[in-house]
Structure formats: structure tokens, C-alpha cells
Write a protein that binds this ligand. Structure first.
Ligand code: HEC
Ligand code: HEC
Ligand code: HEC
Ligand code: HEC
Ligand code: HEC
Ligand code: HEC
Ligand code: HEC
Ligand code: HEC
Ligand code: HEC
Ligand code: HEC
Length: 317
């Protein structure tokens, strides 16, 4: 009778576990369903016994990082938290062998666990700083979770070392690595500027995860002298700096998309004066076309970003 009821209750438990696994869409594999997920005390020493500096899987360095500070509030090691288990989840069963196998902690941050599930651990504490635009951002959408950039088990987080930062971004963004090597670029190569001067790694309100709401706002943040309003404005400037400039690097001077006059002629094909520079008729002694000899549009239309001169309607002064 007693034996029967024990067996029955085991069946009952297995049934529930199965139902729970199916209903919750949980990805815990079948071998681990019968592991009881319980927290052990918040004492890193219990983990570092096996994960000390000399072990095969060292983890001690995390204690020297920001997360290891137990004095500041709400770090994983403050008294109201679970220590290593704040990130790795309930780990009591990890301490003993079950049938010769050591069940891993609930969260090991490897690719078997969906990025979203991994990120939730971090967002539990960082919703306010990193979570604002995270959902639906390019990195979230493409499964590049928090730990594709942040290195939790290093004393200094990789993202805090600004010289390294650009390189780490460009490890994945090879096209930008090529672009910033071009003759004209923002000072990204030297590390005087960073990718995150313009982009928000956690997702931003603007296009291409820019920190500002629009591309122009982003540029004008630093190039305020181009903001205007001008007495005489040049429509493409107020509309979109990228109609003439490219942000990461260009083979033409001043980060231009094309050389002048070709740049200008993309939009001004039939200007008030002949914009075709190639005609031979304006060459002395057959005549002298100032438009031709003046060569570049910029020699006359120097105020291409806008003019405040009373007679600057042609952007010439
Ligand atoms: C009794 C020794 C021991 C203790 C105590 C211990 N671990 Fe481990 N841990 C191991 C061993 C051994 C491995 C390697 C397992 C393997 O290779 O399958 C490991 C692996 C891990 C891994 C990597 C798992 C994976 O699959 O990649 C994590 C994360 C981990 N331990 C976290 C912890 C945490 C957190 C604690 C404290 C709550 C802890 N460990 C306590 C022995 C221990
Ligand atoms: C703030 C979150 C966080 C805390 C706290 C934390 N870890 Fe980790 N741990 C991670 C992440 C994320 C990884 C995945 C690898 C990486 O990104 O560095 C990891 C990986 C590991 C690994 C696998 C390393 C390997 O060589 O494969 C072990 C072991 C481990 N942690 C043990 C611990 C122990 C022990 C503690 C407590 C002393 C601890 N962790 C505290 C987030 C954390
Ligand atoms: C239990 C809460 C908690 C968890 C879980 C947690 N963090 Fe933190 N984290 C903190 C606290 C507290 C700080 C201290 C900085 C502060 O004042 O905000 C911090 C700081 C940081 C910093 C700033 C690093 C620096 O050098 O200034 C980064 C980046 C970070 N966490 C990323 C992560 C990532 C990624 C994860 C998930 C793997 C994670 N955190 C999990 C509480 C947590
Ligand atoms: C594409 C790379 C990248 C990804 C992905 C990423 N971060 Fe960051 N994170 C950064 C960079 C770069 C900084 C440094 C920003 C700064 O100092 O202004 C940073 C800063 C932080 C900080 C410190 C913020 C502060 O104001 O001090 C926290 C906390 C943080 N990240 C948490 C997270 C969490 C949580 C996730 C996942 C939801 C995440 N990060 C994903 C690159 C990334
Ligand atoms: C001066 C501001 C600025 C800096 C610095 C900057 N970007 Fe951009 N980035 C932009 C703008 C603006 C766009 C949108 C381009 C467009 O729509 O024409 C963009 C677009 C992108 C895109 C989307 C792909 C594309 O070409 O449209 C990626 C990826 C990117 N940047 C990565 C980076 C990386 C990596 C760095 C650091 C090496 C970086 N950016 C530095 C302004 C900047
Ligand atoms: C682990 C690889 C990885 C790292 C590291 C990484 N990214 Fe990305 N990033 C991606 C992927 C994948 C996408 C989405 C596909 C795409 O647009 O290229 C993306 C998208 C972007 C976009 C948006 C592109 C668009 O079209 O809207 C920007 C901007 C960007 N990343 C900037 C950065 C910056 C800045 C850093 C460094 C702080 C960084 N990334 C680090 C992989 C990475
Ligand atoms: C974080 C500040 C910052 C932002 C944002 C910024 N720039 Fe710059 N820009 C600079 C700095 C710094 C230089 C280099 C000035 C120098 O070398 O004297 C520069 C130089 C330039 C140059 C001249 C390059 C050359 O080779 O002469 C152009 C053109 C330019 N930026 C356009 C833009 C555009 C377009 C945007 C918006 C997509 C933008 N900038 C956003 C800081 C910024
Ligand atoms: C109609 C094309 C066009 C548009 C749109 C445009 N620019 Fe320019 N920009 C130029 C040209 C051409 C030069 C080169 C000037 C020279 O060679 O003297 C230049 C040069 C620059 C320079 C470097 C030299 C200087 O004058 O300081 C900066 C910075 C700059 N532009 C920023 C911007 C910003 C910010 C925007 C958007 C608000 C913008 N540009 C929109 C055509 C344009
Ligand atoms: C993306 C398209 C575009 C590009 C590229 C462009 N412009 Fe313009 N430009 C315009 C538009 C639109 C107007 C306004 C036309 C109107 O109001 O009828 C304009 C007006 C002008 C005017 C006349 C202002 C007036 O009072 O009518 C001049 C001069 C001018 N552009 C010069 C240039 C020069 C020089 C360049 C090259 C550095 C250039 N533009 C590149 C679109 C462009
Ligand atoms: C030798 C000087 C000179 C050169 C070179 C020059 N322009 Fe002009 N452009 C002028 C003058 C002068 C005006 C009349 C300005 C005014 O009304 O104040 C003018 C007017 C314009 C206008 C306004 C037309 C209208 O209907 O009001 C446009 C657009 C223009 N130029 C585009 C260009 C482009 C594009 C180039 C290069 C392919 C160029 N210009 C080269 C001197 C020049």
C-alpha cells in the first residue's frame, strides 16, 4: 500500500513536471527536468571552492569587478541578492554529482539558452539603464545579447575601455572597419571618437540606433554652427546631412559622398547657368566662361550649408 502510493505520487509528480515543461515552453532538457532547482546560501566561497583561480573553470575575477562589490546596493553579492546565483540561477543541485554527472546551474549563458532568456537575467537589474530601447533594437532582434559586448568575468568590462571599444564593435561590423580607414573620416581610427558618440548600443530612438531622434540632430549635436536657421537655407542641409555626407569614411574630402561638382550635379542638372563643365566652348581664346574657369561649384557657392548675407540667396557669400 505504502509502496504503491509512493509510486503513484512519483507518477503524479512526473506528470506535473511534464505538463509544466510543455505549458511553459521551458527549454530545460528531459534529463534535467527532475532536478530540483533550489538556491543555496549567498556565499561565493561555496562556489569558489571549485572555481578558484587555479581551477579548470576559474571564476574568481568576477569578485574584483563592479558586480563583486558587496558594499554598493543591489549588486549580486549584496545581502538581499543570491550571489553567483543572481546570474547563474538556483545552483544547489550543481554541488553534487547525480549518477556521476554534475548538473549545470540553471543559467550558464551558452548558446543552448536563447539570447532573450540570458538577457532577462541582466535586465532584471538593468531595465532602467539599458532596457529603455532594448526590445526590438537591432542587437536584440539579431540575438546579440548583453554578453556579446559585455565581459562579466573580467575585472574591467570590455565596454569601459574606450580604445578597445571601437575594435570590439568592428569585429562584427567589418564594413565600418573598412570605411574608417578611408582618407576622410571622423577621428575613429585614433580613438578620439567612439562608435557610441553617435550610436546607442542598447538601441536608440533614431534610425540606425542613433542616440538622437533624427540623423541631423545627431550631427548638429557636435557641428552646431551648421544648425541655422539661416536667412538663405539650402534645402538638403536642413533635411538630411547624409544627402551629401557619409558618417564613417569617404575617399572624397570632408566625408562627401562624391566629389564636387558631381555631388552638386546629382541634384542640379539644369541650373541657371550651364552646369556641364565639360563643354569646350568656354575655353580661351574662344571665349571665357567664368562658370567653367571657376571650376568647382564651391569656388563661388562657398556657403553651401546656408547663408546669412542679405544677398546670399545664391549661397555665394
Ligand atoms: C564541487 C565543486 C563545484 C562547486 C562547489 C561548484 N562548481 Fe561549478 N562546476 C564544477 C565543475 C567540475 C564544472 C565543469 C563541469 C563540466 O565540465 O561539465 C563546473 C561548471 C560550472 C559552470 C559552467 C557550466 C557549463 O556547462 O558551461 C558554471 C556556470 C558553474 N560551474 C557555476 C557554479 C556556481 C555559480 C557555483 C556555486 C553556486 C558552482 N559552480 C559551484 C564544479 C563545482
Ligand atoms: C553579473 C552576472 C554574473 C555573476 C554575478 C557571476 N557570473 Fe559567472 N558567468 C556570467 C556570464 C554572463 C558568463 C558567460 C561567459 C561570459 O560572458 O563571461 C559566466 C560564466 C561562468 C562560468 C563558465 C566559465 C567558463 O570557463 O566556461 C563559470 C564557471 C562561472 N561563470 C562561475 C561563476 C561563479 C562561481 C560566480 C560567483 C563567484 C559567478 N560566476 C558570478 C555571469 C555572472
Ligand atoms: C543583482 C543585480 C544585477 C544583475 C543580475 C546584473 N547586474 Fe550589472 N550591475 C549591477 C549593479 C548594482 C552595478 C553597479 C553599477 C551601478 O551603480 O549601476 C552593475 C554594473 C554593471 C555594468 C557597468 C560596468 C562598469 O564597469 O561600470 C554593466 C555593463 C553591467 N552591470 C552589465 C550586466 C550584465 C550584462 C548582466 C547580465 C549578465 C548584469 N549586469 C547582471 C547589478 C546587476
Ligand atoms: C552592442 C554592444 C552592447 C550590447 C549588446 C549591450 N551593451 Fe551595455 N553597454 C555597451 C557600451 C558600449 C556601454 C558603455 C556606454 C557608456 O559608457 O556610455 C554599455 C554600458 C552598459 C551599462 C552601464 C550603463 C551606465 O550608464 O553606466 C549597463 C548597466 C549595461 N550596458 C547593461 C547592458 C545590458 C543589460 C545589456 C543587454 C540587455 C547590454 N548592456 C547590451 C555596449 C553594449
Ligand atoms: C559621426 C557619427 C557616427 C559615428 C561616430 C559612427 N556612426 Fe555608424 N552610422 C551613423 C549614421 C548617421 C548612420 C546612418 C547612415 C545612413 O543612414 O546613411 C550609421 C549607420 C551605421 C550602421 C548601419 C549600417 C549602414 O551602413 O547603414 C552600422 C552597422 C554602424 N553605423 C556602425 C558603426 C560603428 C561600428 C561605428 C564605430 C566604428 C560607427 N558606426 C560610428 C553615424 C555614426
Ligand atoms: C557580436 C557581434 C556584434 C557586436 C560586438 C556589435 N554588433 Fe552591432 N550589430 C550586430 C548585428 C548582427 C546587427 C544586426 C544586423 C546588421 O544590421 O548588421 C547589428 C546592428 C547594429 C546597428 C544597426 C544597423 C541598422 O541597420 O540599423 C548598429 C548601429 C550597430 N550594430 C552598432 C554597433 C556598435 C556601436 C557596437 C559596439 C558598441 C556594436 N554594434 C557591436 C552585431 C554586433
Ligand atoms: C560627437 C561629435 C560629433 C558628431 C556627433 C558628428 N561629428 Fe563630424 N566631426 C567631429 C569631429 C571631432 C571632427 C574632426 C574635426 C577635425 O578633425 O578638426 C568632425 C569632422 C567632420 C567633417 C569634416 C571631415 C573632414 O575630413 O574634414 C564632416 C564633413 C563631418 N564631421 C560631418 C558630420 C556629419 C554629417 C555628422 C552626422 C552624421 C557628424 N559629423 C557628427 C565630431 C562629430
Ligand atoms: C548639399 C550638400 C551638403 C549637405 C546637405 C551638407 N553638407 Fe556639409 N559640406 C558640404 C561640402 C561640399 C563641404 C566641403 C566644404 C569645403 O570644401 O569647403 C562640406 C563640409 C562640411 C564640414 C567640414 C568643413 C566645415 O565647413 O566645417 C562639416 C563639419 C559639415 N560639412 C557638416 C555638415 C552637417 C552637420 C550637415 C547637415 C546639417 C551638412 N554638412 C550637410 C556639402 C554639404
Ligand atoms: C540632394 C539634392 C541637392 C544636392 C546634392 C545639392 N543641392 Fe543645391 N539645392 C537643392 C534644392 C532642393 C534646392 C532648392 C531649390 C529651390 O528652392 O528651388 C537647392 C538650391 C541651391 C542653390 C540656389 C539657392 C537659390 O536661392 O535658389 C544653390 C546655389 C545650390 N543649391 C548649390 C548647390 C551646390 C554648390 C551643391 C553642391 C555642393 C548643391 N547645391 C548640392 C538640392 C541639392
Ligand atoms: C564662377 C562662379 C560660379 C560657379 C563656378 C558656379 N556658379 Fe552657380 N551661380 C553663380 C552665380 C553668380 C549665381 C547667381 C547667384 C545669385 O542669384 O545671387 C549662381 C546661381 C546658381 C543657382 C541658382 C539658380 C537659380 O535659379 O537661381 C544654382 C542652383 C547654381 N548656381 C548651381 C551651381 C552648380 C551646381 C555649380 C557647379 C556645377 C555652380 N553653380 C557653379 C556662380 C557660379
Amino acid at each position: 500500500m505504502k509502496i504503491l502510493s509512493k509510486g503513484a505520487s512519483k507518477l503524479w509528480l512526473a506528470g506535473w513536471l511534464m505538463a509544466f515543461t510543455i505549458l511553459s515552453g521551458n527549454s530545460i532538457s528531459s534529463e534535467t527536468t527532475d532536478i530540483e532547482r533550489e538556491y543555496m546560501p549567498n556565499d561565493p566561497k561555496l562556489c569558489l571552492m571549485c572555481h578558484g583561480a587555479d581551477s579548470d573553470h576559474p571564476a574568481e575575477s568576477v569578485m574584483h569587478s563592479v558586480h563583486g562589490q558587496s558594499s554598493s546596493e543591489n549588486t549580486p553579492f549584496s545581502t538581499n541578492q543570491q550571489g553567483c546565483q543572481s546570474c547563474h540561477g538556483p545552483s544547489a543541485s550543481h554541488l553534487k554529482l547525480v549518477n556521476g554527472v554534475r548538473p549545470p546551474p540553471a543559467m550558464v549563458f551558452n548558446s543552448d539558452q536563447p539570447a532573450q532568456q540570458r538577457d532577462e537575467v541582466c535586465l532584471d537589474c538593468h531595465q532602467d539603464t539599458a532596457g529603455h530601447y532594448w526590445a526590438g533594437s537591432a542587437h536584440e532582434f539579431s540575438q546579440q545579447g548583453c554578453t556579446s559586448c559585455h565581459t562579466i568575468h573580467q575585472e574591467d568590462d570590455a565596454m569601459k575601455k574606450f580604445v578597445q571599444l571601437n575594435n570590439q564593435c568592428m569585429d562584427c561590423h567589418q564594413r565600418q572597419r573598412a570605411q574608417i580607414m578611408r582618407p576622410s573620416s571622423h577621428p575613429l581610427r585614433s580613438g578620439h571618437m567612439n562608435c557610441i558618440d553617435c550610436h546607442s548600443p542598447h538601441g536608440g530612438p533614431g534610425p540606425a540606433e542613433l542616440k538622437a531622434f533624427t540623423l541631423n540632430e545627431q550631427c548638429l549635436d557636435c557641428h552646431a554652427e551648421k544648425r541655422g536657421p539661416f536667412l538663405w537655407e539650402h534645402a538638403p542641409v536642413t533635411e538630411d546631412c547624409s544627402s551629401c555626407h557619409t558618417p564613417h569614411g569617404s575617399n572624397h574630402n570632408a566625408l562627401l559622398n562624391a566629389r564636387t561638382p558631381f555631388l552638386c550635379q546629382q541634384c542640379h542638372q539644369a541650373a541657371f547657368h550651364p552646369s556641364n563643365q565639360e563643354s569646350g566652348t568656354g575655353i580661351p581664346p574662344r571665349g571665357a566662361s567664368s562658370n567653367l574657369l571657376g571650376k568647382d561649384c564651391m569656388n563661388c557657392h562657398s556657403q553651401v550649408h546656408g547663408s546669412n548675407h542679405p544677398s546670399g540667396s545664391g549661397l555665394t557669400r
